[in-house]
Write a protein that binds this ligand. Structure first.
Ligand SMILES: [Zn+2]
Length: 188
């Protein structure tokens, strides 16, 4: 493993060399540089601290096209769809993608959707990471039932506890009713 080159683009000649050697590359991206992901964060959130770590392992594919095994970990700040607060969504992507130059090449593959489109023969790691993380995100992320809304946001990483979509729980609604009743009694 090494973390050498610029993350923006791997040229076709180098890509061929990486595949021939079965090499691995690591890239780390601040979420703030991934504009489509950064746009999903709550407005007040400092997206700058969240990072995604990725590992690309290249290999010759069985169907005549090179493949890359991509692993992405880290977290992405999202908006909880129940409380609209910050939800640090843990990212865990582990996919094997076939690298093709165009849709026509993708069409002949057994798994045409597990592909990466090369840009004039070049691989764009940052774009691939963002595409794959976006594809893995839930449509309506919510804090888990075991981690009440508004609390999980402060936890480092939030890796294990606070994510799961489920039915609505509104513990605060009952509390507000109680408080409201108390206020009205106090006004008399
Ligand atoms: Zn929430």
């Amino acid at each position: 493993m090494r973390t050498a080159m610029r993350a923006g683009r791997i040229g076709s000649a180098e890509l061929a060399d990486l595949v021939a050697r079965g090499a691995s590359l690591d890239f780390s991206f601040p979420v703030s540089s991934l504009t489509r992901l950064a746009a999903l964060a709550p407005p007040a959130t400092m997206v700058g601290t969240a990072r995604l770590d990725s590992g690309f392992t290249f290999q010759a594919g069985a169907e005549g096209y090179p493949q890359v095994h991509l692993v992405v970990t880290g977290s992405v700040p999202l908006v909880c769809q129940r409380c609209l607060g910050l939800l640090e969504w843990p990212v865990s992507v582990d996919v094997r993608l076939t690298m093709v130059r165009d849709d026509q090449e993708a069409g002949v593959l057994a798994e045409p959707f597990d592909t990466v489109l090369l840009a004039d023969g070049d691989l764009l790691p940052e774009q691939v990471v963002e595409d794959e993380v976006l594809a893995a995100l839930p449509l309506a992320p919510k804090h888990a039932d075991g981690t009440p809304c508004g609390i999980g946001a402060d936890r480092e990483g939030g890796r294990d506890a606070n994510v799961k979509s489920g039915e609505m729980h509104r513990p605060m609604a009952g509390l507000a009713d109680l408080l409201g009743r108390g206020d009205r009694q106090g006004d008399k």
